[in-house]
Design a protein around this ligand. Structure first.
Ligand SMILES: [Zn+2]
Length: 73
């Protein structure tokens, strides 16, 4: 089972793909509401945290891993 933990900068997959056909969203704001940005068309949406967690399928790439990759350069 995938853990539904997420943080700022994570790339997440939602249950429903974005209308543009991309199903990768970047978490760009955390709070009572979550702002996610489509990695395909750069469109961003603000959704309540509860709805986000309900629609979240899984975390594809965590921000922590991304930082580690950058650290190797
Ligand atoms: Zn899109």
């Amino acid at each position: 089972m995938e853990r539904k933990s997420f943080q700022l900068g994570d790339i997440v997959q939602m249950k429903k793909p974005h209308p543009c056909g991309t199903n990768e969203m970047e978490v760009i704001r955390m709070g009572m509401d979550i702002r996610i940005k489509c990695t395909g068309c750069q469109h961003s949406v603000l959704i309540p945290r509860a709805k986000f967690e309900k629609n979240l399928k899984k975390v594809l790439r965590s921000a922590e891993n991304k930082e580690n990759e950058l650290g190797q350069n």
